[in-house]
Design a protein around this ligand. Structure first.
Ligand SMILES: C[S@@+](CC[C@H](N)C(=O)[O-])C[C@H]1O[C@@H](n2cnc3c(N)ncnc32)[C@H](O)[C@@H]1O
Length: 642
């Protein structure tokens, strides 16, 4: 439906502007004129003029500034640089010749740099069209008879990406199924196999439709044009409905305490003991989360959020290979009026596992300051330009034959542990987890833990699949007085509990700088040191979670941490320098205690080298090594910097 907008004054087209700015104006000829053919002839022997696009005919407007017009976008044009112009139809307006459209550069809010509400009907229609195109055929058209400009329009390029992602989705589910089926019954007739594969692919499509419906439910129930449009919402890979529904049941069955039972997290944390596992549900915390002036603060924070495209094909491609380990987002219940920005964000973050809530008792900041295109990645990496090859073919990963070989005691017998360097003192391969899935802290720093891979035949509850499991601890992202936002659990966490992984954009080490607050080198250290002698050497990588990541990006540093980091691989090859960074509880952590880890395990070396080179700076009267930050962890053994 057309939305209302201010006056239809079309701006001069870009070529028109060029014509106006050049000292020697380009003569604009009306091609409908009878003699236009004469004008266009290029005299032989003359050098060719640079190519100029024919400018739109000049139109003058004498509209009142405050006139509102209904408008409808009817087509768009994308140039080779991706700039978009919309053809717009204005209600009750037309030229004498019967035409009633104008061309306008992309409808963008100059201040917020987001597409305006008026483009929504058009964007939706285009998306439906692209999806139809992607669904109609699974062929990938690599070259066409049409010219390169048409081939590169947004319409075609996005349809191509979506189609590719869909094919990859199906391919993954197909090969996983095929491997399993073949191992289960090698003599399975091809005919039967074909039938089962059809069913499998049908399931993948069905779950894709369900995901889209879930994402639609979210976007349509947020009552603002600048509603968050977090791309991963509709971007999950094909996933098992069975697990999804069982996890949804678990969540809804939890008791919801009343506000009086959760008056303060601190008091709960004081009351909690390892034998007293208390659980706070985010439903309860959200009751108390409304800030002093919800309307104004939520409006302010909305300005960070674009009404951008609703999904990222890249994100979809990067969902974990073992699709069963993460359930698809389930449709959310309908929300009351006045639904807050904070709750919307918390609900989105909660789609991937146990609930996450957001709380601020310190000031009136509504939500953590996120880049407006922030994208949630619960597990895995996205790859920076040129690094896609690291996300290699899963077919090369080792696989075990399941049965009892994955027992935590006899892990050495597992075929997938061929390359494992997790060894006991006598050189035998050992499992990094106990039978409850708790990390045993028996692995040397830098040694990668090899969990079972997508090619293993064992089930999802295999004791050697831990980091890849769905997150089951409910969390709270909360504002601290001196360390910005932090994160804590809403329930007691047992020693060895594996909480999750650091996710984000995988970049080359040399592209990481000390300015990047959310960047961690893939050796478990925050990247703070510009003079890092490792930088640029060999295949070393870092993970940047500034604009893509999950709750772990909120974990602050402490000189007396309660979490440790270790390295894990399961759907990427071991030894290529791209392990996942897993967080495990070093000790029992009471509900409400902030999660922290040591950003600089090798701080001693850093201090020694600062002493040698005499590189120190003074911050708030404290003398700290250059490149370090002042620490406010408040631990008894705090060094004062990290
Ligand atoms: C990965 S982020 C952690 C989340 C961050 N607090 C936020 O609000 O998004 C790292 C940044 O948090 C802050 N930070 C973390 N630990 C801190 C500490 N112990 N003392 C002071 N600031 C800290 C620093 O600004 C650091 O660069």
């Amino acid at each position: 439906m057309p939305s209302s907008s201010k006056k239809p004054k079309p701006k001069a087209s870009s070529s028109e502007r060029v014509a106006r700015q050049t000292a020697e104006p380009i003569v604009v000829e009306d091609l409908d004129e009878e003699n236009s053919q004469e004008e266009m002839k290029i005299p032989t022997g003359m050098p060719l003029e640079p190519w100029h696009r024919s400018p739109s005919p000049f139109e003058s407007w004498s509209d009142q500034e405050d006139t509102s017009w209904g408008l409808k976008i009817v087509s768009e044009e994308v140039d080779g640089w991706g700039n978009v112009r919309h053809e717009t139809q204005w209600d009750g307006w037309g030229r004498q010749d019967g035409t009633n459209t104008t061309w306008k550069d992309e409808y963008i809010d100059d201040e917020l740099r987001v597409r305006l509400e008026v483009t929504k009907p058009w964007d939706k229609r285009e998306m439906r069209r692209r999806r139809r195109m992607a669904n109609e055929s699974r062929d990938l058209e690599l070259s066409t008879g049409v010219d390169i400009h048409n081939n590169c329009t947004r319409y075609r390029a996005q349809a191509y990406d979506e189609k590719k992602a869909m094919v990859l989705d199906l391919k993954d589910s197909f090969s996983a199924f095929y491997l399993k089926a073949k191992r289960r019954e090698p003599s399975l007739l091809d005919e039967n196999l074909d039938k089962e594969i059809e069913v499998q692919e049908g399931d993948a499509r069905r779950s894709q439709r369900q995901r889209k419906r879930a994402a639609k439910a979210i976007s349509s129930s947020v009552p603002s044009s600048r509603a968050p449009s977090f791309k991963t919402l509709s971007a999950s890979a094909s996933q098992s409905q069975t697990r999804a529904s069982s996890s949804a049941t678990a969540t809804t069955m939890r008791p919801t305490p009343t506000p009086s039972t959760i008056s303060s997290l601190t008091s709960i944390s004081e009351r909690s003991t390892p034998s007293n596992h208390r659980l706070l549900t985010p439903a309860a915390s959200s009751v108390t989360l409304v800030s002093a002036s919800p309307a104004s603060s939520s409006r302010r924070s909305f300005s960070h959020i674009p009404a951008g495209p609703p999904m990222s094909e890249k994100a979809r491609g990067k969902q974990p290979m073992r699709s069963e380990t993460i359930p698809p987002p389930s449709p959310l219940p309908s929300r009351p009026n006045g639904f807050s920005r904070r709750r919307a964000l918390a609900e989105e973050w909660s789609l991937w596992g146990a609930p996450i809530s957001i709380r601020n008792d310190v000031d009136d900041e509504d939500i953590p300051p996120l880049p407006r295109d922030f994208e949630w990645i619960e597990k895995g990496y996205q790859y920076d330009t040129g690094l896609d090859y690291l996300d290699s073919d899963k077919g090369f990963l080792m696989g075990c034959s399941g049965h009892r070989s994955c027992s935590t005691k006899a892990i050495g017998r597992c075929d997938c542990q061929g390359e494992s360097s997790c060894l006991d003192p006598s050189g035998r391969k050992i499992c990094a987890y106990d039978s409850k899935g708790l990390y045993k802290f028996n692995v040397l720093r830098g040694v990668e833990v090899l969990e079972c891979t997508p090619n293993c035949e064992c089930s999802d509850d295999c004791p050697n699949r831990v980091l890849q499991r769905q997150r089951d601890i409910s969390l709270e992202v909360f504002k601290t007085p001196q360390r910005g936002w932090g994160v804590r659990a809403m329930e007691m966490v047992e020693r060895g509990k594996v909480l999750g992984m650091y996710t984000g954009l995988l970049i080359r080490r040399e592209d990481a700088s000390d300015k990047m607050d959310y960047c961690f080198d893939l050796d478990g250290q925050e990247n703070l040191d510009d003079d890092d002698s490792d930088a640029g050497i060999g295949d070393r990588y870092s993970v940047d979670s500034e604009s893509k990541g999950n709750w772990t990006r909120f974990i602050n540093h402490s000189c007396d941490p309660n979490l440790a980091i270790y390295e894990v691989v399961y759907d990427l090859p071991p030894g290529q320098g791209t392990p996942y960074l897993a967080y495990a509880a070093i000790r029992d952590i009471p509900a409400g205690e902030e999660f922290t880890f040591n950003y600089n395990p090798n701080i001693e070396e850093i201090v020694q080298s600062a002493k040698k080179s005499k590189k120190f700076k003074t911050t708030n009267g404290k003398r700290i090594p250059a490149g370090r930050k002042e620490c406010h962890c408040a631990a008894q053994n705090c060094r004062g910097y990290f």
